[in-house]
Design a protein around this ligand. Structure first.
Ligand code: PEP
Length: 255
């Protein structure tokens, strides 16, 4: 399967932004402005915004996701949320292993793997984030880091579940910093991840899986990044909060 056979996925990560009331207009605007999308469009919103977001996107091409999920089904885990809870309120996607979770909330590859398996078991689609720190890139170990994360995060995920997994290559130094990986760096890293999938699963699985780039992607740089053979879409933070900018990225992915 060539890149042209893979459908791009443009996903917004609202992070800790928007309230239920501001969510409605932002989702409605995103729906309208991306009406011509020829790619999948997802908005991953704060937990309390999921219900209004799902309602505002109802019947449209825009799908709603969460930004984290716990791996246990229920119990004494104050402040956490389960995959079934997300499913029941209409979330279809969940971001797992975002670098901000790894950096600020003690997320490890072990917990990322547990969350990934729980989300897939519940029928959610997972956007699994991997990426190197700036020191790691400078030390020349980017390939080792993203390969190791991909292997550990996908441990015991069976081949038939891979259709519900998107991998987002997100160099940590490019997230929310305004620094973007060059299109060549993004393509190379996404290609390395694709190679890991081939080793772990099969050539077919590697050719079929969607691998996004994330890290200060915006309406100005999206086209160049998205035309690379291994870059199948984007995970967008800041620019996803502005529907007009997000829509331009969707347009670039639809060409
Ligand atoms: C992100 O939150 O995953 C992200 C890539 O953020 P930004 O686009 O703001 O760098």
């Amino acid at each position: 399967m060539k890149k042209c056979a893979r459908r791009a996925v443009i996903a917004g990560n609202w992070k800790m932004n928007m309230t239920p009331s501001t969510t409605v207009k932002a989702v409605e605007d995103t729906v309208k402005l991306t009406a011509g999308a020829d790619c999948d469009v997802v908005l991953c919103v704060p937990f309390v915004d999921i219900v209004p977001a799902v309602k505002a996107a109802e019947g449209s091409h825009v799908k709603i996701g969460a930004q984290n999920v716990h791996y246990e089904a229920k119990g004494a885990f104050t402040g956490e949320i389960s995959a079934d809870m997300l499913k029941e309120v209409g979330a279809e996607y969940v971001i797992i292993g975002h670098s901000e979770r790894r950096q600020y909330f003690g997320e490890t590859d072990t917990t990322v793997n547990l969350r990934t398996k729980a989300a897939l078991d519940a029928g959610l689609k997972v956007i699994l984030c991997v990426g190197e720190l700036l020191e790691e890139r400078k030390s020349g170990v980017t390939a080792e880091i993203i390969s190791m994360q991909t292997k550990l995060d996908l441990a015991y995920v069976p081949a038939d579940e891979l259709k519900n997994v998107i991998i987002a290559y997100e160099p940590v130094w490019a997230i929310g910093t305004g620094l973007t990986a060059t299109a060549e760096q993004a393509d190379e890293a996404c290609g390395i991840i694709r190679g890991v999938i081939e080793t772990l699963y099969s050539k077919e699985a590697a050719e079929a899986i969607t691998i996004q780039y994330g890290g200060s992607m915006n309406d100005g740089n999206a086209a160049e990044l998205l035309e690379k053979v291994n870059v199948d879409g984007g995970l967008i933070g800041g620019a996803s909060l502005v529907p007009e900018k997000f829509a331009k990225i969707v347009e670039a992915a639809s060409k």
